[in-house]
Design a protein around this ligand. Structure first.
Ligand SMILES: [Zn+2]
Length: 187
């Protein structure tokens, strides 16, 4: 008989039951999946109530994700052709709910394509088309406790490349990331 442990989903707060050998856990309520640093059985009770996953896997936008100390929200992720270029636009938001200032960088977001190539957001925010109507989030921003930051990042991919995922990395040691995978290119 497998021993079941009780955890709290870091995204939606639902209570989850999971066996102890695995480092993976899925939430049936919000649909997110988590990869933990250690098997669930090796965590203590307080760690199970407040898990800090190595990777949060999500297949939708529109929810607050806790990635290490960063509360991050993906408002939208769209796939467009602008002047014959394959352009991805992500609108993201952060809130600092900690007691310390934190640094937010544009290169914490990376697009992976199906061939394994990676793309950083373009900093060509003066381009007449790319950031039209979209506020560029900037290279580096300091977020004091309680502060909110919202803006757009634009990625330019080769015409024939297909998006595998959008990854957010909170950095730190051990590193914590979130990975957004959408059924189609548009979401
Ligand atoms: Zn959940």
């Amino acid at each position: 008989m497998t021993n079941l442990f009780s955890l709290t989903c870091p995204t939606c707060g639902a209570s989850l039951q999971s066996s102890g050998e695995s480092k993976k856990v899925a939430c049936v309520h919000c649909g997110n999946q988590y990869l933990l640093d250690k098997p669930i059985a090796e965590l203590d009770d307080s760690q199970r109530q407040k898990i800090s996953p190595s990777v949060t896997y999500s297949n939708r936008s529109g929810q607050w994700l806790k990635v290490a100390d960063v509360d991050v929200y993906l408002h939208s992720f769209s796939d467009e052709v602008i002047e014959k270029e394959h352009v991805l636009c992500a609108e993201v938001e952060y809130v600092n709910r900690t007691e310390s200032a934190m640094k937010i960088r544009h290169d914490q977001w990376i697009v992976f394509d199906k061939a394994g190539y990676t793309f950083e957001a373009t900093m060509d925010y003066l381009h007449p088309k790319l950031y039209t109507g979209k506020i560029y989030i900037g290279r580096t921003r300091m977020l004091n406790p309680g502060m909110r930051l919202r803006g757009w990042l634009v990625f330019i991919l080769p015409k024939d490349s297909e998006v595998e995922c959008l990854q957010f990395s909170a950095g730190g040691v051990p590193i914590k990331t979130a990975e957004f995978r959408f059924a189609s290119n548009a979401a």
